[in-house]
Design a protein around this ligand. Structure first.
Ligand SMILES: Nc1ncnc2c1ncn2[C@@H]1O[C@H](COP(=O)(O)OP(=O)(O)OP(=O)(O)O)[C@@H](O)[C@H]1O
Ligand SMILES: [Mg+2]
Length: 470
């Protein structure tokens, strides 16, 4: 039960007097005309005054309660404990309560929606900034905060983004031009290239945002473009060199050495070597593009690595002999089958063993060691790495400097270009190996120490009868 609040008499007595006075005056006239005894006038006057005061006090309390409630709607500190239980005030207050309940429910819903939008903005992979008409940040999503720093709100864009082109485009859009796109390179340990896009909002937002600035990361795209351009440049260069040699010799054979039989023999041998070099290059390029094309579909056949490696080492024995090197193969007794494509696996080991002989020590040893491995490298994926097979090709050559290791599997990358060319290399061998290993869901590890030698290890997933290892 709630009680009406105590109200000072000064608040309700004047109103009581104003309301009760006409009735008391009537009673007074009746008493004056001696139509009622004077004591009855006093008693009736007192009753009228008291009843009026009670009524007014009650209504005033209800009114004050209603007022307090209305105030509490936008002022949480303002509270009233009195709740009228019946009458107009009770139903008015009940209605106000329902209204407030609906409002707070709607407010909570709006907060939830706003929260969802905030989460959506934060989970966007691209940095995003909302700007007001003074170029100050109104809102920045998580990626933008990671890129430009945490406290961006209210800051002028120029304070943390010093790219004049982007700032100029932003100013132009804020001055009324249509949306613009500008390339932008972020500074930092790893430079990234973005396409900054500035768009005016169709209407000014409630938080004063008038323009949207987003940054689309095109680093990978640019890198691919660069790689493609490099690749074309490299491939043409590799082809141009033997072509230039060939045309030089043809000219000589047609001109000065026309009748020189000895020169014919010599030049034709060189020309033959150059044409086989070109055809090797074209073959390598074709096999690289073939492997890349199939990279997403892993092979499903079973391959007996023991047999395959014996035949590869037999085939390369002649190369080893030419370098007075020994070529040894060691296989474990319980070698399981692996999942793969035999022709591609042959290509991998031919390349690796050929390199080991080519770049190994004259008179040294090249060994091929096959092992079962309980857990392969993480890059193989959780299932393929369990109980897999590793093949290590080890040489005692001069080794490879640390700085070259990460780039070794790039197309046309050679530690010593002139030497590799002189040895007949195209610089595509390890690139092909890497793509074949990727297609097999395997892994390639390269370890090398200058003056000691190199170890190229290929991990391959085991063959499982039930299905593929995709
Ligand atoms: N076992 C190794 N020891 C030292 N350096 C190596 C070894 N294997 C590869 N390299 C270096 O890595 C480079 C790239 O090797 P890759 O097999 O891709 O090309 P290549 O052998 O020059 O040409 P290709 O294999 O196409 O005939 C080589 O030029 C060489 O500098
Ligand atoms: Mg090679």
């Amino acid at each position: 039960m709630s009680h009406p609040p105590s109200i000072p008499p000064s608040r309700y007595l004047p109103a009581t007097l104003a309301v009760a006075t006409p009735a008391i005056l009537v009673l007074f006239v009746l008493a004056f005309l001696r139509l009622m005894p004077f004591w009855a006038f006093l008693l009736a006057g007192l009753v009228v005054f008291a009843a009026t005061a009670l009524l007014i006090h009650r209504h005033l309390a209800d009114l004050l309660a209603a007022e307090a409630l209305v105030r509490s709607l936008d002022d949480a500190n303002h509270k009233s404990s009195y709740r009228p239980e019946r009458g107009w005030a009770a139903s008015l207050i009940a209605q106000l309560f329902r209204l407030r309940e609906n409002w707070s429910r709607e407010l909570r819903r709006q907060y939830a929606i706003a929260g969802t939008y905030e989460t959506v903005l934060d989970s966007l992979p691209d940095p995003l900034l909302l700007l007001d008409d003074k170029r100050r940040v109104v809102r920045a999503n998580l990626t933008a905060r990671k890129l430009f720093g945490r406290n961006l709100r209210e800051r002028d864009l120029a304070q943390f983004l010093r790219d004049p082109d982007v700032l100029e485009a932003v100013d132009a859009v804020l001055a009324g031009t249509s949306g613009q796109e500008v390339p932008f390179e972020s500074a930092g340990t790893v430079a990234r290239i973005f396409l900054a896009r500035i768009e005016p909002l169709p209407v000014k937002a409630l938080d004063n945002a008038v323009a949207l600035l987003t940054f689309h990361d095109i680093t990978a795209l640019k890198r691919t473009e660069q790689m493609r351009a490099d690749f074309v440049a490299n491939a043409s260069h590799e082809l141009r060199t033997p072509l230039a040699t060939l045309s030089g010799f043809i000219e000589t054979l047609q001109g000065p050495a026309k009748d020189d039989r000895e020169a014919h023999e010599k030049f034709l041998a060189i020309m033959y070597e150059q044409t086989s070099r070109m055809s090797r290059l074209v073959q390598d390029l074709l096999s690289l593009s073939r492997v890349e094309l199939n990279e997403l579909t892993p092979p499903t056949d079973s391959v007996d690595l023991g047999k395959l490696l014996s035949s590869v080492t037999d085939g390369l024995a002649i190369n080893a002999k030419a370098k007075e090197a020994t070529l040894s193969l060691s296989l474990p007794p319980d070698l399981p089958l692996v999942t793969g494509a035999a022709d591609e696996l042959t290509q991998i080991f031919q390349n690796l063993i050929d390199n080991a002989i080519k770049y190994g020590k004259r008179g040294g040893n090249v060994s091929v060691e096959v092992q079962r491995v309980e857990k392969g490298p993480m890059t193989m994926g959780p299932e393929a790495r369990l109980d897999c097979v590793s093949v290590a090709v080890i040489d005692q050559g001069e080794g490879i400097g640390r700085e070259h290791l990460p780039r070794l599997t790039e197309r046309f990358y050679r530690v010593d270009t002139a030497r590799s060319r002189a040895l007949g290399g195209t610089g595509l061998g390890l690139a092909i190996v890497k793509h074949i290993v990727n297609r097999h869901r395997g892994a390639l590890q390269i370890e090398s120490a200058l003056g000691v030698g190199s170890r190229f290890t290929v991990f391959l997933p085991r063959f499982h009868e039930t299905g593929s290892n995709a």
